[in-house]
Design a protein around this ligand. Sequence first.
Ligand SMILES: [Zn+2]
Length: 246
Amino acid sequence: MTEPDNFKHKIRSFLIFITYYSAWPFSLVRFCRYLKIPLLRVIAFHEIKDEERLNFEKKLDFLKRNFNVISPDDFLARNFSRDRINLLLTFDDAFTSWAKNVLPALKSKNLSAVFFVDDRGLALAPVLHKAGQTIGGHTVGHKRLTKITPGELESEIAENKKGLERAIGRRIVLFAYPFGDRQSFSQAVVDEVRKAGYEAAFTILPGFNRPKSDNYLLHRDSVNPDWSEKFLWMWLSGAYDLWKKL
Ligand SMILES: [Zn+2]
């Protein structure tokens, strides 16, 4: 990690810390709970390396204790708790190490997640599907969708969807924008995702999703399994949401 990154991360940690202790995030959470408005956080993991496996499993236990961890089916059926923060687990890209480091952990904890897979993961998708996990689209070649021609945009989204559906023998309805930041989607991209037949699409912009949230611009939190429980708790309570442009 370079120096400027380090500095940026220190500032980020400081802002999260002061926001958390200002209790502002809890007012929002309590307010929504009072009004019975369900709140959903969505976690995005990427690769879980061998040396991260233990930390990853501990984090799953921590999340189960502190949140209402829902399945992809619960998400699609809008089966949310109104008393606890709901949490959906997702994984992005196409890592063969998922079979070894993620699937057994999810199984032992009786959890299911969405795996957003690009075309590098066409052979992996049936393995994940047979293990009871949900497959989502993530485009053919993981390009920045705002930077390609309309023709490429259509095939990047539609061909990946067709390929995955052929691989698992089932329709897929969830999509995640590659990269997921503010430069990774536009109205044209959203329209193409909807046209392909997806019912919901996820960014990587942190935040709470509420019933009135745009179903094609859902918030997700990119989480590292090495974060401390305290930091993870502060982040998922919304302490970073105010500062997400950093
Ligand atoms: Zn990705």
